[in-house]
Design a protein. Structure first.
Length: 293
């Protein structure tokens, strides 16, 4: 199933993973993990074969122009190695990928086998979900886990088990497979405003990195994300100021959020939401070409 695989020997490792797709609202999780890989200079050592995992009519490859001509970028599942990122005997293995369409059990099994060969001690998944929360109240994060406490490399804080029941993603399959081997895991989720669905949200990515650094001895330069967040909020405020209905809706969300009521129904005006996303996209192109990291 691997198309490229370099064997790496390490004393201990911690596995961190995020997938584009169902569990990556506003591209928050994958942009966060790309920042981690970039700032810690992760070295790619393994890639999964795309042909085995994807229906390309559903997850289409992207063609791009460059100085060297046109090239096709395929949906990826790449693994990166960051030596001694935690301490002198514990490294990071990071999977930055796209949730597969096929062979979840086989995919998870191959990941578990590889990580066992690298003496994995714990698993961390990053995810982002849409929620009925206002962007004006910051980004809410939530921690769940399969074990009450994580290993010594992590901050000693109690983790609550997930009470969620319903459709799930490939991350849960991987977590369950590691659980069978008594390897602990935790999931860090960031809640993104549901009315900001398509534009990359740098605030969500920063919140995930901030939360991750509270659990592991990792530090990140988030200055780029902060600058992009400022532009993002400025564009959003401009869009809201031009739409009284949306402004009223967000004010209602704020009231509900401040009184800890979370069952407020989402706005059902699809046209209104599309107009907001279009405004942000237009502003984004005029400013920075990318709101994500």
């Amino acid at each position: 199933m691997f198309k490229n695989l370099e064997k790496i020997s390490c004393d201990n490792s911690i596995f961190i993973v995020a997938f584009k797709g169902w569990s990556d609202a506003a591209e928050g999780a994958t942009n966060a993990i790309e920042t981690l890989i970039s700032q810690y200079e992760g070295e790619k050592f393994a890639s999964f074969e795309e042909e085995d995992l994807f229906a390309f009519a559903r997850e289409r490859p992207i063609i791009k122009n460059s100085k060297n001509g046109r090239a096709i970028s395929w949906p990826n599942n790449d693994l990166f190695y960051i030596e001694n990122a935690i301490n002198e005997s514990t490294s990071l293995v990071v999977l930055n990928g796209t949730e597969p369409h096929f062979k979840w059990k086989t995919f998870s099994s191959e990941i578990v086998k590889l990580l066992l060969s690298m003496n994995v001690k714990a698993v961390v998944t990053l995810g982002a979900l849409l929620d009925s929360i206002p962007h004006t109240r910051g980004v809410k994060t939530q921690i769940t886990g399969q074990h009450i406490y994580m290993p010594d490399e992590f901050k000693k804080k109690k983790i609550e088990p997930s009470k969620y029941e319903g459709p799930t993603g490939v991350s849960s399959v991987i977590i369950e497979d590691f659980k069978k081997l008594n390897i602990p895991s935790m999931s860090i989720w960031a809640h993104a405003p549901h009315y900001l669905q398509s534009s990359p949200n740098p605030l969500v990515s920063k919140a995930l990195l901030d939360e991750l650094s509270k659990w592991l001895p990792l530090s990140f330069d988030t200055s780029k994300l902060e600058k992009k967040s400022e532009k993002y909020i400025s564009a959003l405020d401009s869009a809201i100021a031009q739409d009284s209905e949306l402004k009223s809706y967000i004010e209602k969300l704020e009231t509900k959020y401040d009184s800890a009521v979370v069952d407020f129904p989402p706005v059902d005006d699809d046209l209104l939401l599309k107009d907001l996303e279009k405004f942000l996209e237009t502003n984004n192109k005029g400013n920075d070409n990318s709101l994500g990291e």
